[in-house]
Design a protein around this ligand. Structure first.
Ligand code: HPA
Length: 303
């Protein structure tokens, strides 16, 4: 049987794309415990996957059992978790579906495959998508270990996950991208960071195809273009999620200074080591943000 993880699926959306989304959505719903209503989809990037394991009442399933593509990259485990976050003062938190790892276009996957999981998680009921990633720091004043709120993005992947046929039941042909990263959720995140006395600057994330890191000249170009962060993920998922009307929030962990800013050559080991070093801070921030999102969603559904 062929699976969505094969690299031969078409680069442009076809009816098969939407059938794969419907099938993965149904399998995710079947994995959920009775009565579960996950509200937030969480995508945990390189080295950040541990967050999923401390969810309350966590249960997990391998991506392959859901028809979702698995990554071969170290730090991307390929498991979907369901559970609740820890709410304020011991209260039950928000119900989340958390992806431990994602696939990337540089692995050979077309963009339809890259965004399949996010589309299916939204199909399974998630109204908010919180995307996390490891990124190189391009902007002035950033240091390895900083967490940065994504304010906007530059799509430099060379393609769009919306290319090809459009399914109007998912979203419009020409979706607006004025505010991809939800202004209200960004404000909540900033308030949470301030309360926890954590630095949370915001920045523009540039997504390159990779897998090679940038040259110093490319990093100078990115800075000229207004980028503060550079990475190889998140943007296709954010576009697909906005297309479906989900509210998106993005957080980068600056795992290294981008090429040429420091004299040190870049390595994936440095990326995962830094992500692990900030794990404690990251968990505190995510718990706080998810509790705030939970209150926001309850407020918008009550009444
Ligand atoms: N460039 C691109 N992607 C990355 C980087 C980087 O410096 N660090 C982590 N992901």
């Amino acid at each position: 049987m062929s699976t969505a993880s094969e690299t031969s699926s078409p680069a442009a959306a076809t009816p098969a794309t939407f059938a794969a989304v419907a099938s993965a959505t149904a399998r995710i719903k079947a994995f959920l415990p009775a009565g579960a209503r996950p509200q937030v989809a969480l995508v945990l990037g390189s080295g950040l996957g541990a967050y999923a394991e401390q969810l309350v009442g966590a249960r997990h399933v391998d991506y392959k059992d859901l028809g979702l593509p698995s990554s071969h990259v170290q730090g991307h485990a390929g498991r979907l978790f369901y559970g609740r976050t820890r709410g304020d003062g011991g209260a039950p938190g928000v119900e989340v579906l958390a992806m431990q790892g994602r696939v990337h276009a540089y692995e050979g996957h077309d963009l339809q495959t890259v965004v399949l999981p996010v589309r299916a998680l939204i199909g399974a009921g998630c109204q908010v998508v919180l995307l996390t990633n490891a990124a190189g720091g391009v902007g002035e004043g950033l240091a390895a270990g900083d967490l940065v709120l994504i304010r906007d993005h530059l799509n430099l992947v060379g393609g769009s996950p919306l290319r090809g046929e459009n399914d109007p039941t998912l979203g419009p042909r020409f979706p607006d991208m004025t505010a991809v990263y939800d202004p209200r959720l960004r404000l909540l995140a900033e308030q949470v960071a301030a309360r926890l006395a954590l630095r949370l600057p915001s920045g523009v994330y540039a997504c390159s195809l990779g897998p090679q890191y940038e040259t110093p000249a490319e990093v100078r170009m990115l800075r000229t273009l207004g980028a503060d962060l550079v990475g190889m993920s998140t943007v296709p998922e954010a576009i697909a999620a906005r297309h479906m009307g989900a509210r998106v929030l993005g957080i980068s962990c600056v795992t290294n200074l981008a090429a040429g800013i420091s004299a040190q050559p870049l390595s994936h080991d440095e990326v995962t080591e830094t992500a692990q070093r900030v794990r404690g801070v990251f968990i505190r921030l995510l718990d706080g943000i998810l509790a705030a999102i939970g209150r926001e969603l309850d407020g918008s559904t009550a009444g």
